[in-house]
Design a protein around this ligand. Structure first.
Ligand code: GSH
Length: 244
């Protein structure tokens, strides 16, 4: 199967959760919007997907994955589809539902991380909602970040198959996504993350182990991995990472 990923070309964004799974699974894929515009790439490639109904199943927002005749959107839904095909989730239904449940919780965390800098509206500039962003990020750092990471740390600790991964006894797409969220949070909130992470040794070890996997390490070194920047979901605005 040759997969086509459609995602905005200049940020990691939610496309990165899908990319990490495709890379670890050694999948044959094209990151369509990263192709030159003359070859059907660029932002227009994504916009086209949002405008053209395919069997009446037009996606609302990227990332979008084309797999043969299937067009799939919603990050967690894409990973639900890819997981078994790329060997990135256990076979049992209960484990797949558990993986999906954790992935949806990661999606919730991603939304909250985004809303620290855009608490009022996506359509407004950060500078137009800075006062609200300062209040929102204070709550995020003090309460939400420790609550989410503390939860995932407990999930690791409680995994009956071992605390090296979140689901079952080997790496799943959820571990890859957890790696991405932690990387993004460490970029956006280096001070808050240093405080919270000291109480989450298993999560820190998981992050390290994912980063060292040969295919992930090769991907992270490659030009396919864009650096974090201040247009994406995780942004480094030092004023939003003040001391507790
Ligand atoms: N819940 C969706 C959210 C998708 C989403 O918000 N995509 C962003 C880019 S990361 C977008 O382009 N949104 C356009 C919009 O919300 O109008 C997912 O997890 O895939």
């Amino acid at each position: 199967m040759k997969y086509e990923l459609f995602y905005w070309p200049h940020i990691q964004g939610r496309g990165e959760y899908v990319r990490l799974a495709l890379e670890e699974g050694a999948a044959d894929y094209v990151d369509v919007a990263r192709l030159p515009e003359g070859e059907g790439g660029g932002r227009a490639a994504v916009s086209r997907m949002l405008e053209e109904a395919t069997d009446g199943r037009t996606p609302f927002a990227p990332p979008i994955l084309r797999a043969g005749k299937l067009l799939i959107s919603q990050t967690a839904n894409i990973l639900l589809y890819l997981g078994p095909r790329l060997g990135l989730v256990p076979k049992a239904e209960a484990a797949r539902l558990w993986a999906h449940q954790l992935q949806l919780t990661i999606s919730d965390l991603v939304v909250e991380a985004h809303d620290t800098h855009h608490p009022i509206a996506k359509s407004l500039y950060y500078e137009d909602q800075k006062a609200e962003a300062l209040r929102r990020s204070g709550d995020f750092r003090a309460l939400r970040l420790p609550k989410f990471l503390g939860y995932f740390e407990r999930v690791l600790k409680a995994n009956p198959a071992g605390d090296g991964c979140l689901v079952g006894k080997s790496l799943s797409y959820v571990d890859l996504s957890m790696f991405q969220v932690m990387s993004g949070l460490a970029y956006a909130f280096p001070r808050a993350m240093a405080r919270v992470q000291s109480g989450c040794p298993r999560l820190a070890a998981l992050h390290q182990s994912v980063q060292e996997r040969p295919r992930i390490a090769a991907y992270l070194r490659s030009g396919r991995r864009l650096p974090f920047n201040d247009h994406g979901i995780f942004r480094r605005y030092p004023e939003l990472d003040a001391d507790a």
